[in-house]
Ligand binder design. Structure first.
Ligand code: SF4
Length: 230
């Protein structure tokens, strides 16, 4: 049965002793064999080490209570005893990449950096781009992944690599990866902001029957009758 936790009203899985008689019939916890199989995976020493390293990252800094993700990731690398890190970034994040690589190096990490435009691929090769333009740079996620594989980095940071191109990176990379920035310029690189404005400005973008490419003022224009009344 398809799992749909998003429709669950009980969240019994947040309790030490979940009341299984209260959970929806498609709750994954009702499949005992599945749960046991997954639980066993955490017994793998490398998986366990990563899990604990991630959970405790930034603990020493918690007097400040909220430790930013970019700082916690440095702790995670230290907890895992990583020495060599890959930082793959979108060309539009080059300033941020330069800054973060410098910070990582100050923390003693060897940092391999690569920009998404590596290889000087042309968008036309994929059938995109301005036909009048002689060359339009294209993202090269496989180049990013293979460079990091060749360099044998122990861990990858992905910064701002575009939607779906990031998925290709995950597909081809050998080492584990974490995302340190998501590319979404219209929301200040915070994709969930579109949900926070879902009931106002961004509603049309998510309406399957609407064409978001048509002009939009953010509010509906008054109808003719309303104008007359006014
Ligand atoms: S795991 Fe089960 S209890 Fe938890 S949210 Fe999903 S359906 Fe609900």
């Amino acid at each position: 049965m398809t799992c749909t936790c998003d429709t669950c009203k009980v969240y019994e899985c947040m309790k030490q002793k979940p009341a299984l008689e209260c959970v929806p019939e498609n709750c994954p916890m009702l499949d005992k064999a599945f749960g046991e199989d997954v639980a066993k995976r955490y017994e793998d020493p490398e998986v366990k080490r990563m899990y604990i390293a991630a959970k405790t990252a930034g603990d020493g800094l918690r007097k400040a209570r909220f430790v930013p993700r970019l700082r916690r990731l440095i702790d995670l690398c230290k907890n895992m005893n990583y020495k060599k890190i890959g930082l793959s970034y979108c060309v539009h994040f080059r300033k941020e990449a330069e800054q973060y690589a410098e910070i990582l190096r100050r923390h003693g990490l060897e940092v391999v950096t690569m920009c998404c435009t590596n290889g000087a691929l042309d968008q036309k090769q994929f059938g995109f781009g301005d036909t009048e333009c002689e060359f339009r740079e294209a993202c090269n996620p496989i180049g990013l992944a293979e460079c990091m594989n060749r360099e044998k980095v122990e861990f990858n940071f992905l910064m701002g690599v575009c939607t779906g191109q990031d998925s290709l990176f995950y597909k081809f990379t050998d080492a584990m990866t974490t995302v340190i920035a998501i590319n979404d310029p219209v929301t200040g690189h915070t994709p969930t902001k579109a949900l926070y404005l879902y009931n106002s400005y961004y509603d049309r973008f998510f309406d399957p029957n609407d064409d978001p490419s048509t002009p939009h003022l953010g509010v509906s224009a008054p109808k003719d009758e309303e104008k007359k009344e006014g």
